[in-house]
Design a protein. Sequence first.
Length: 240
Amino acid sequence: MVRSPVNRHRLWQVAVDATLIVAAWVVAWNVRFDTDWPRYYDRYLEWDVIALVLGIMLPVFIAFGFYNRWWRYVSTQDMWGAVRGVIVAVIAAFVVLTILDFHPAKVPRSIWVIDALVLLALVAGVRLLARTLIERPQTRSIVARVGLGLMIRAGARKPDVSTVEAFTKTLVDARSITYASAGASGIAFLATIEKLGIAAAVKAKARPEATTEGVGRNVTSGTSDLAALPISEILPKLVS
């Protein structure tokens, strides 16, 4: 099954970035010429050209995985990805507008530099702002932590969880996954697949159960390939 690079629940993120791309382009011209650019550059601020720039840059953002996760989970690695994506998007727009040669006056190179800097500031800033606003302060003290693990049927091939990519592939390739819907582990599992951007694919084949005993039966009977449970629940089943 081919997974769409943009989850329908994140279309608003695409819309926000589209607005930022347009805003950065307009701001770049205003900054470069102090709001009074030569009239022969007006062509580059007409809506069809702005739409062309948007049509070039936004697919680059999608290709660089800008919408693989909610902005509240943005990490330092995602910020470096944003830097690379913005640079490639600006270069792509520069190449296309240069090749098309639809206007005698070329876009000044300083415009491209300013556009890249402004766009990067906007893209990174809005993600950090979203994370700051959505993150809730810690109001409870942590007295213990229990890891979430994957349980398999005895004799089954061990799933590859050595990397994030391998773990994601294991979940996507599994025929069925079961978990306890009424409990912290179920909430943690759903949050994990949401963060990985595979929630829709996993939920389509998931078998939620009310109790961990029901989850265990799904695996031992072969109904499900994998079970997401706390390690503290899996270990007793190994020795029982």
